[in-house]
Design a protein around this ligand. Structure first.
Ligand code: AMP
Length: 194
C-alpha cells in the first residue's frame, strides 16, 4: 500500500500531478483545500469558518483541519492507499497524520516535494486565477501571504519526514509529463524499500 504526501507551495502543481498519480496507482486523493472549498460552496458552518482564513491566505486552525482529514480517511476504509495533497501543512498536522496511519496499521511511504521558485509560483497562481474562480488566486497580496505561510509553517513538515529519510525533492518546473515521470521514479524507488 502506498500512502503519499504530495508536498509543495501553492501553485507548484500538486493538484495536476495528484490526478495523474491517482490514475496510475489507484490511490484515494484527499485535498484538504478541495474539502474546504466544498464546505464553503455549501455554506456550512465549517465552510464559513474556513473562508474566514482562506480568503486571507491563512491556514485554517489545526483542530478543524485534522478533524476534516480524519473524517475523510475514515470514510474510505477500502482505499488501496492515499495521496494527501495540501495536508499536512503544520508539524502538529503531520503528527496527527502519523498517529492516524499507525491506528490503521499503515505508514506514510514518502513525502514528495515539488520545488518551484517564488516568481514562477506567483505567475502560475495569477494565471490560474483567471479561470479557477478562486478568489485566493486573484490577489497578489493573498498569494504572497500564502507563499510566506508555506515557508514559515509548512516547510518544517518536510524536515519532519526528512528525519526518517522519507522526504524527497522533485524539480517542479517542466512539462506536466516530465514532472510526472520524476515523481513516478521516486514513488517506485521508495515503494521498493518499504
Ligand atoms: P489549497 O487548495 O491547498 O491551496 O488550500 C486553500 C486554502 O485552504 C488554504 O490557503 C488554507 O486556508 C486552507 N487549507 C487547505 N489545506 C489546509 C491545511 N492542511 N491546513 C490549514 N489550512 C488548509
Amino acid at each position: 500500500m502506498i500512502n503519499l504526501i504530495l508536498f509543495g507551495p501553492p501553485g507548484s502543481g500538486k493538484g495536476t500531478q495528484a490526478e495523474k498519480i491517482v490514475e496510475k496507482y489507484n490511490l484515494h486523493h484527499i485535498s484538504t483545500g478541495d474539502l474546504f472549498r466544498r464546505e464553503i460552496k455549501n455554506k456550512t458552518a465549517l465552510g464559513l469558518e474556513a473562508v474566514s482564513y482562506s480568503s486571507k491566505g491563512q491556514l485554517v486552525p489545526d483542530s478543524v483541519t485534522i478533524g476534516i482529514l480524519r473524517k475523510e480517511v475514515e470514510a474510505h476504509p477500502d482505499a488501496k492507499g492515499f495521496i494527501f495533497d495540501g495536508f499536512p501543512r503544520t508539524v502538529p498536522q503531520a503528527d496527527a497524520l502519523d498517529k492516524l496511519m499507525s491506528e490503521m496499521e499503515q505508514s506514510i511511504t514518502c513525502l514528495i516535494e515539488l520545488r518551484v521558485g517564488d516568481g514562477e509560483l506567483t505567475n502560475r497562481l495569477l494565471e490560474r486565477g483567471k479561470t479557477s474562480g478562486r478568489a485566493d488566486d486573484q490577489n497578489s497580496d493573498v498569494i504572497a501571504n500564502r507563499i510566506q505561510v508555506y515557508k514559515n509553517e509548512t516547510i518544517p513538515v518536510a524536515l519532519h519526514y526528512a528525519q526518517v529519510d522519507k522526504a524527497f525533492i522533485v524539480d517542479g518546473v517542466g512539462s506536466i509529463e516530465e514532472v510526472f515521470d520524476r515523481i513516478c521514479n521516486r514513488i517506485e524507488e521508495q515503494s521498493q524499500t518499504v
